[in-house]
Design a protein around this ligand. Structure first.
Ligand code: C2O
Ligand code: CU
Ligand code: CU
Length: 496
């Protein structure tokens, strides 16, 4: 095997270098340069754009949710064509719903292409879940209507049309869905202007300000990454704060990029929740590794920072394979300019995280590459390469891969011990618990509560425990690196 290096230039002038190893024979036919590891360096913009704060819609009834082509200033002073749910905005509405209430939205598709909505992390029936085959044609409508019946937490929504999920999410269609409940409200956590929703994603922006999305074969391998990281859709954002305790709800809505979040000062902060809501107790940390699809809930006391300018940033990490983690970069500038606010005392116990019953069954999912000795194999879907597989299988909507029983508890094992790429594995329609990780690291602090997405880094094996809900029908399990997902790294399970 030959190692090659090449460099190409992006419109914005940043340099991306790609070190190629493990040359796949089939790549040669695609008129692309060989290489497996595309490293896209982040280029920090000036932090001179106000952080957009998405609108919050509380307990919506028949909310008019229109998916549309619009434009927004992703970079300061430039208008960029995006897809979204709000005209001329970089960020989409946040739905905030009380546990026990029904949510309803009248969805209209004006994107010019088929699309749909998946409610990531919500435990709802399959007809409402936005299955990759349940697409809505351009100009089509759909009435979403479901009971919200789960713990408080930061969930989210995004389109899921198979083969085009990555592009549609990248173009801007993602937002938060916050569930609140009594248990959480009792804690009196920082709210209002002291609660900040932060949706992270990365874009490749051309000189004219347009968003580029055209993954090369290397980028189907690594996932598509951009040189510009945006927060709530804006590049180079800053936010003015008081020296007080803030609650930051952070969602990694990037297609592929993983962030090792922390503060430029190295100060510690409290992790209070993950995907499926509050942890039992706050965990003091200085970093949290957040892969695509995952969320964290943090309490940050800026009065302890001793500075009036602090960056939320991503530090280097080693769990990202060869394409990620080699670089630290800033994401969001906090300017401490407002008067001090009242002190917030953190409760020692946040929530009851119930233990799970003993599992009845274990299933193993091997995360693998195409078996190169078997040739190029099926081209799966829509020009995908079909290189990423689960148990050597590519997604096939006509096939049910696993059948489970509602009410049963099982252990699902994600085995990436032979892999060299990180895979954030996600299941639809339920929440699980991470019970074991084998490899360099153990269960992470943000993984000690309920989850729906878990990072399985190269060399790791991760076990999750699930009790299947009483929603019979078909759901999917997939990698939330969206290029991997569109490439076919997804299986179907049916709850009976
Ligand atoms: Cu957020 Cu099927 O994914
Ligand atoms: Cu999901
Ligand atoms: Cu993957």
């Amino acid at each position: 095997m030959k190692r090659r290096h090449f460099i190409y230039r992006l419109g914005v002038g940043s340099v991306t270098s790609v070190a190629g190893v493990n040359l796949l024979q089939s790549c040669m036919k695609h008129d692309m340069l060989p290489g497996k590891e595309a490293y896209v360096s982040v280029v920090e913009p000036e932090f001179n754009q106000l952080l957009p704060i998405p609108n919050t819609v509380v307990n919506p009834v028949n909310f008019p949710l229109t998916a549309l082509q619009t434009s927004a200033s992703v970079r300061k002073g430039k208008n960029t064509a995006v897809l979204g749910f709000t005209p001329n905005a970089t960020s989409n509405p946040i739905f905030r719903v009380d546990n026990g209430k029904r949510f309803s939205a009248h969805y209209t598709n004006q994107t010019g292409e088929k699309s749909n909505i998946h409610w990531h992390g919500l435990v709802i029936p399959p007809a409402m879940d936005g299955h990759p085959e349940a697409t809505i044609p351009d100009k089509g409508t759909f009435n979403f209507n479901f009971l919200v019946n789960q713990r408080a937490g930061t969930y989210w929504y995004h389109p899921h049309p198979h083969g085009n999920t990555a592009r549609q999410v990248y173009m801007g269609m993602a937002g938060m869905f916050i569930v609140q409940d009594e248990e959480e409200l009792q804690l009196g956590l920082p709210a209002g202007e002291y609660e900040l929703p932060l949706l992270l994603s990365d874009k490749r922006i051309a000189t004219d300000g347009s968003l580029l999305y055209k993954p090369s074969m290397e980028e189907v391998m690594t996932g598509f990454m951009g040189e510009t990281v945006v927060v709530n859709g804006a590049a180079g954002p800053f936010h003015e704060i008081a020296p007080a305790t803030y609650r930051l709800r952070i969602l990694n809505a990037s297609n592929a990029r993983i962030y090792n979040l922390g503060f430029g000062t190295g100060n510690n902060f409290l992790l209070i929740g993950g995907d499926g809501g509050l942890l039992e107790r706050p965990q003091q940390v200085t970093r949290v590794l957040l892969s695509p699809g995952e969320r964290v809930d943090l309490l940050v006391d800026f009065s302890t920072f001793n500075t009036n300018q602090v960056y939320l940033r991503s530090e280097t990490f080693s769990e990202g394979g060869a394409a990620q983690g080699q670089q630290g970069f800033n994401l969001l500038l906090f300017k401490v300019t407002k008067p001090g606010a009242k002190m917030y005392t953190i409760p020692p116990t946040l929530s009851a995280v119930t233990p799970l019953p003993p599992p009845a069954k274990t299933r193993t999912f091997t995360l693998d590459m195409m078996d190169s000795s078997a040739g190029h194999g099926s081209h799966g879907n829509k020009g995908g390469m079909g290189m990423h597989r689960i148990n050597q299988k590519l997604y096939d909507p006509a096939r049910v891969d696993e059948t489970v029983l509602s009410g049963d508890t099982e252990v699902w094992v994600f085995d990436n011990t032979k892999g060299d790429e990180p895979h954030p594995m996600h299941l639809h329609g339920l929440l699980f618990r991470v019970i074991e990780r084998k490899g360099q690291r153990g269960i992470q602090p943000h993984e000690r509560g309920w989850k729906d997405t878990v990072l399985v880094a190269p060399g790791e094996l991760v076990k999750v425990q699930i009790t299947f809900p009483a929603h019979p029908g078909r759901f999917v399990v997939h990698c939330h690196n969206l290029e991997h997902e569109d490439d076919g790294m997804m299986l179907q399970f049916e709850i009976k």
